[in-house]
Design a protein around this ligand. Sequence first.
Ligand code: COA
Length: 432
Amino acid sequence: MAFSLSWRLVRVVRLAERSCDPIRRLLSVSSFFFAKKIIPFKLSDIGEGIRDVTVKEWFVKPGDQVKQFDDICEVQSDKASVTITSRYDGLIKTLYYKIDDVALVGSTLLDFEIDDLTDAVRDDAEKSEISLDKVEPETITLKKEKVLSTPAVKRIAKENNIKLTDVKATGKDGRVLKEDILAHLQRISVDPSVKIPSSMTGRTVELKGYTKHMWKTMTKSLTIPHFVYSDECNVDQVMRYRNDVKDSLMKRDISLTFMPFFIKAASRALEQYPQLNAWLDEKTQQLQLLDNHNIGIAMDTPNGLIVPNIKNVQNLSIFAIAQELNRLQKDGSKASISYADVSYTTFTLSNIGTIGGTFMKPIIVSPQVIIGAFGKARKLPRFDNEGNVIPVNIMSISWSADHRVIDGVTVARFSNLWKYYVENPMHLLICP
Ligand code: COA
């Protein structure tokens, strides 16, 4: 609707500009230029199939004067955070969402008051790719957008607290039908039949942000037959190396944990088993083996679980991996992980051992074909080569692989190699 409004305005300017009568032309153009106009600023499509976002922060308030490209607000989708910037110079009139409200793509985020519409309108018209010549000048209105529907449909929308402008209309001339409201309700609601009975008390919590993404990916994962393989690993050496250097690295503001060793060990083992650093295309039944080891790290953040990745681990040192992990943890704690950081993961690791646990069954994230999870490292009694009982720091590792394309022996061999690198970390230190 913003576009249709915009290109109609451009049409007026162009018609006026083309007019032979110079006075009429001057009047048309100048009255158009100098009147202040209110225009809606919509949440445009941010790709990746995202249908809604949660408003996390407003950087503006009504009455603020902003310039093109100024930050307007921070929104969070089920995948990452995005800063929305202004497309116009103008005055903020009305904000339509509060912090933590969910905004649908295409809905109006705020209204702008604009002095000089020409640039903004011309831009929008260009983007809309609509032939300006098809528009009649008398159709121009600057009213707020009006949505066509019947009183019965409006009542259903009101009862369900739905703005008609947020609903995708499928009726004639953009009319919102009852089916559109029902489809919209289905999209935005958790199963409406699950209600807390009046005999009980409790509260309803909306699923949003990262949790909503988890719902989608995990539901898809249910279709994958998981082959699960677990083993234990001696982490004495890794602990020794880490303890030797962690204080000096801390002085350089780098926190070195066990994770960079585990990540690098995975990358080195993947060099031998490239079929595990792969995406499965279910449609074509092809496996795409990837040269980039973009290793995803399951991360517990104040906003829930998110899995950013460290790109091209095959080329990174343990130090560089630690730096990157620190950066992602910092961004995760501020809910500001970018799309780039969550895109193109080829392999995933989950260290739930920071909290506890021994063995687990991690869940594969499609289209990847394997995931690993670590339990908590603990000092446990084990036999040495002479049969003496000695204390050893033991950590469990559990792998889940997509059994449609990966057989158990491959997983076991890969796990053995990963374990070899972790138990002999010197091999990880001498190459990038
Ligand atoms: N066993 C014992 N101790 C462990 C450990 C393990 N498996 N993993 C980490 N630790 C220790 C670290 O060495 C560090 O010790 P320190 O206090 O002496 O420095 C401490 O626990 C905290 O480590 P942390 O800061 O969390 O860093 P990390 O690099 O080990 O882990 C993440 C980073 C992102 C993986 C971790 O913070 C995290 O979010 N884990 C949860 C993952 C998750 O949610 N998985 C479930 C998915 S469904």
